[in-house]
Design a protein around this ligand. Structure first.
Ligand SMILES: *Cc1c(COP(=O)(O)O)cnc(C)c1O
Length: 365
């Protein structure tokens, strides 16, 4: 099993930055990350003082392409962050070959991928370190939070030493996050997703609840966030959230099998994975030729369909992409897939009636 509570932080991106800093990575260094990601990932790199360099996804995959990684390496590259998108494992053997030639450490972004394995080994244990996120919509939810799993003893010692300087979030922030957590646990169902999301957006617009994406158009997450550990009010929820994985993971497998066998309409494509990979889907991704149409009709069918990642570095566009170092056109596969990707929930709340409505929305064969 993955180790989800080794070093806990305010967010997943804070855990990522802590790993990079413990590796001695900072100003003047480059960190390879994949395009088709969310802003949290380059934010963690930038918070460590380094520069993100974007690698395209592999053909017919949503994860990093080893061949493009090789092309994007420079003498300044110091680490590789792979992302097991939606729970689909990255081609770890391919990435490891490129990394080994340069002696680069691999860090796994397991924000969506708790329970997935490669060659029978858990993701999170395949590189020097991994990080997790505990936001809503992630496999382990405590409000807002994240953690680092460090697989190398010397690196774990450095993370431990640095960890002493991290402080708790203000109690008011912890309390707000707890209220948001409780509201989400009470109100959220895949069938009410669209209403609950509208409500959350209204409330976070009032500044009562910290939003996921801050004001990324103008500035990144505040620097003090990157010196914070997981709030104690959130930490108390973590053992229960981890314990629920024992029943959640088999349920996620069952839901994914339903989607795979029952969503067979033309214009819909399931994603392949490597033969040695056994994914547990945090969400179930598909490629659709009529993505906009599906998203428009989803509320009426009371089906939760997500559109992310809608840009190469979600949700950034135009000049905001340049601000996180993304050069438009540099990762054509990642850019192309944004117009076709949809994803469906696999959580414990997905029921047979929801699956039936999903089949109706996406069209039987
Ligand atoms: C959610 C997420 C993160 C981290 O998010 P935080 O908000 O910092 O906890 C990192 N990578 C991916 C792919 C994510 O989905």
């Amino acid at each position: 099993m993955a180790q989800l509570d080794q070093f806990t932080f305010f967010r997943g991106r804070v855990a990522e930055a802590a790993i990079l800093k413990a590796l001695g990575i900072g100003r003047g260094d480059e960190v390879a990350i994949q395009a088709f990601t969310c802003v949290a990932v380059p934010e963690g790199v930038i918070a460590a003082g380094a520069q993100p360099v974007y690698v395209d996804i592999a053909a017919n995959r949503l994860t990093m392409d080893p061949a493009d990684l090789e092309r994007k390496l420079t003498p300044a590259t110091r680490a590789i962050v792979v992302q097991h998108s939606f729970g689909l494992p990255t081609d770890m053997a391919g990435i490891a070959r490129v990394a080994a030639a340069r002696g680069l450490p691999i860090i796994e972004d397991c924000a969506h991928a708790v329970g997935s394995t490669v060659g029978g080994r858990d993701v999170g244990s395949l590189g020097v370190a991994a990080f997790y996120s505990f936001e809503a919509s992630k496999p382990v939810f405590v409000g807002i939070g994240g953690s680092a799993q460090v697989n190398d003893a010397a690196l774990a010692e450095r993370v431990r030493r640095d960890y002493g300087a991290y402080g708790q979030p203000p109690l008011a922030t912890q309390a707000q996050v707890l209220v948001m957590y409780a509201a989400h646990r009470i109100a959220y169902r895949p069938a009410t997703f669209w209403q609950v999301r509208a409500l959350f957006r209204r409330v976070s617009g009032l500044g009562l609840i910290p939003g996921s994406y801050n004001k990324v158009e103008t500035d990144l997450a505040p620097a003090e966030d990157f010196r914070r550990s997981l709030g104690n009010l959130q930490r108390r929820l973590l053992p229960g959230a981890i314990a629920r994985l024992a029943s959640d993971i088999p349920h996620r497998r069952w839901v994914a099998a339903q989607y795979r066998t029952r969503l067979t309409a033309p214009g819909l494509e399931h994603l392949a994975h490597d033969a040695d990979a056994d994914p547990v889907y945090g969400r179930y991704p598909m490629l659709a030729n009529n993505k906009d149409d599906i998203l428009r009709r989803a509320p009426e069918f009371r089906v939760e369909v997500a559109s992310w990642y809608a840009t190469a570095v979600h949700p950034l566009e135009g000049p905001a992409l340049a601000a996180v170092g993304y050069v438009e056109g540099s990762c054509p596969r990642a850019e192309a897939v944004t117009s076709r990707i949809i994803s469906l929930p696999t959580s414990a709340l997905v029921t047979e009636p929801l699956i039936e409505r999903t089949v109706r929305l996406l069209g039987a064969p």
